[in-house]
Design a protein around this ligand. Structure first.
Ligand SMILES: Nc1ncnc2c1ncn2[C@@H]1O[C@H](COP(=O)(O)OP(=O)(O)OP(=O)(O)O)[C@@H](O)[C@H]1O
Length: 636
């Protein structure tokens, strides 16, 4: 038995993630202090590229256009609710001015000799003000909550819709964890902003207007003295806001990187355990957390600096008022009631001003998220297809690739590929791994578009078809069966309605799923588990086959459709698929050449080109790559 740690992969230091111990999180090589040189990528997977960076000075994402889009896209539909909230907030805000205004009669009439009769009225008035304040608070918060959850939901739905239109390259650049963080984290960060804005605009601005009206009414010189320090705030607040926007953007990037790490760790949990990578992965997670914590702390400190500066300026104002007003009261020029009323008004301005100071910070934090949301919504969906395409070819279509070229970013895959698959016939595609066989299926189903050349379906250039129409022509069993954490029934039907129970039964039998389903506690209603984890590999493949059979499409695409089945199940399922293939155009990708012997045509691909084609016997007789592969598989 190897000792602890022996044989464990040594934690590698990620080139782009620092490993500082100073943040209180010990990494695998804690103690080595190094600052990150590069911004945090949303993915730290090798192929992950930094997502469209925030804070790059693009004028479309400056504060004003951002707010304009927020207003036009999401706030305007709720304008009447917002007006109601604003009115209620204004009533709430005006109670403060009234309260300070009541102080003067309290001191100068009620507390003066003979003022006992006024006592009850002033007392009742103050009590009434507090009751009004309590009621308006509840009503306004309820309205604001309704508005904010509706807007956040609308944003999340828009983002999901847009993301679902993206092509494969997008999902390679933006890993699932980072996308989840955009949809959830960024909208949550933005969710509070309109609440803060309306509270500030309604309650706090109205409160300040009322309070300053009372203050100026008592003495405009005292008011000026109270505001003496205000100009000191202008420059620092501009600098602070820029800093805060930067830090908030870094914070969101780091939060996305954290989601990505967690997503990959939880999806790869068995691989992590089997390779004894628990410590290594925890170390990598801690590195991401460290960056997040650093950006978070800086953003919060910056956000709190503005109200702190307001505190100092307010202190200066109070001092000036005391010096000026206190002396005048002492010399009998002004009454104590006037001074107390002024002082109360000034004291009550303290919280609204502080909150307005915080508003700038809150906006910058939200703006960083808004920028990320709109950047995502602004990404080109790369969908060049018409929403309503040409009419579908009638009957069962044949397929033709004419000089098709295709490359994944930096990886040329198909090179002038031409072949035909006749309508109603079975065409097999074989060839070495990486030849581009599955890519042919991706192009056929519109998951990717060719860089050059034409794909014809039933003689029709596929570019003229809508994606939905094109995809409806195909039933696909691919190598990676995506199952959802829903029942087997839902996984097979995939939203199809009106399927007769007898037909479903027949499909289950054909896919060799009948016995599997019968053996499950809840039968076809049993859950497939997250990503189909409650099923074996072969069972998952059978579900995929059942899905394809129930789709009843004119073209069947089978990519290693039976590779995970045992010999007996494979023979039965292959027979069912062959039966289903009757009268349909079928394209089969297979490594096991025994499964394609009977194909009407076999296309042999290598390095993205067709190098041989014909029937099995012809290809064997030719003695080329196919014959070589065949000889290798049936050696002995
Ligand atoms: N999303 C992707 N991004 C970049 N390159 C990719 C991507 N998908 C596939 N490739 C590359 O394209 C080439 C062809 O892949 P494809 O899956 O079409 O091959 P294949 O012939 O089906 O292989 P196999 O028989 O192993 O399934 C491979 O070199 C692969 O590395």
């Amino acid at each position: 038995m190897p000792g602890a740690g022996q044989g464990q992969p040594r934690p590698r230091r990620l080139p782009h993630l620092s490993n500082r111990a100073s943040d209180g999180i010990e990494g695998p090589r804690a103690g080595r202090k190094q600052r990150p040189r590069r911004p945090v990528p949303e993915s730290d997977t090798p192929q992950g590229q930094p997502i469209d960076r925030t804070g790059d000075g693009d004028p479309r994402y400056a504060s004003r256009p951002l707010f304009g889009r927020l207003w036009a896209g999401y706030l305007r539909p709720h304008v009447w609710l917002m007006v109601m909230a604003f009115v209620v907030m204004s009533i709430e805000g005006s109670t403060l001015g009234l309260l300070s205004w009541m102080i003067q009669p309290l001191f100068d009439s009620v507390f003066a000799p003979g003022g006992e009769t006024s006592l009850i009225w002033v007392g009742l008035a103050i009590l009434g003000l507090f009751l009004l304040r309590a009621t308006t608070t509840v009503v306004s918060r309820s309205l604001l909550t309704i508005i904010s959850v509706r807007i956040a939901s609308a944003m999340q739905v828009d983002m999901l819709r847009h993301i679902l239109k993206q092509s494969g390259g997008f999902f390679q650049r933006h890993p699932p964890g980072a996308l989840m963080d955009r949809v959830q984290g960024d909208t949550a960060a933005v969710q509070g902003i309109w609440q803060t804005v309306i509270v500030a605009a309604g309650r706090d601005v109205v409160a300040l207007v009322g309070l300053f009206a009372v203050a100026i009414g008592i003495d405009w010189r005292w008011t000026l003295a109270a505001l003496v320090g205000a100009p000191l705030l202008i420059v620092p607040s501009v600098v602070l806001q820029r800093y805060l926007r930067r830090k908030s953007a870094q914070m969101r990037d780091a939060a996305a990187a954290r989601s990505t790490r967690l997503d990959e760790i939880f999806h790869g949990v068995n691989a992590i355990k089997l390779n004894r990578q628990e410590d290594y992965q925890t170390g990598r997670f801690m590195q991401v957390l460290r960056l997040l914590n650093r950006a978070y702390s800086k953003a919060i400190v910056a956000a709190q600096t503005m109200p702190a500066m307001i505190d100092i300026v307010t202190g200066v104002g109070f001092f000036a008022v005391l010096m000026l007003g206190g002396r005048e009261v002492a010399e009998g020029e002004r009454t104590v009631g006037e001074f107390m009323s002024f002082f109360t008004a000034m004291t009550l301005t303290f919280q609204p001003i502080r909150r307005l100071g915080e508003l700038a910070g809150t906006w910058q934090i939200a703006a960083a998220s808004l920028e990320r949301i709109f950047r995502l919504l602004d990404t080109d969906t790369a969908e060049t297809r018409p929403a309503r395409g040409a009419a579908l070819p009638p009957g069962v279509p044949g397929i033709a690739f004419e000089g098709v070229r295709f490359a994944y970013p930096g990886v040329p895959v198909l090179d002038d590929l031409s072949f035909t698959a006749e309508a109603g016939k079975m065409t097999a595609i074989v060839g070495p791994s990486g030849a581009g066989k599955s890519t042919v299926f991706h192009l056929l189903t519109g998951l990717a578009e060719p860089d050059a050349g034409v794909i014809r379906i039933g003689g029709q250039d596929a570019r003229g078809l809508s994606l939905a129409d094109q995809r409806a022509l195909f039933a696909t069993v691919s190598q990676d069966t995506a199952l959802f954490d829903e029942s087997l029934r839902e996984n097979i039907l995939m939203g199809r309605e009106g399927i007769a129970p007898a037909r479903l039964e027949a499909v289950l039998r054909a896919a060799h799923l009948g016995d599997v389903v019968a053996g499950l506690p809840a039968g076809i209603e049993s859950p497939a588990g997250p990503r189909g984890s409650a099923l074996s590999g072969g069972q998952r493949q059978r579900v995929a086959i059942a899905r394809a059979l129930i789709a009843d499409a004119p073209v069947l695409l089978l990519d290693e459709a039976t590779s995970a089945l045992d010999a007996q199940a494979e023979a039965a399922v292959a027979a069912a698929l062959a039966e289903r293939a009757q009268g349909r155009t079928t394209l089969v990708i297979a490594h096991r050449l025994s499964t394609v012997r009977e194909a009407d045509k076999i296309i042999v691909m290598d390095k993205g080109r067709v190098i041989e084609e014909g029937r099995h016997d012809e290809l064997i007789a030719r003695g080329g790559l196919y014959a070589g592969l065949h000889a290798l598989q049936f050696k002995g």
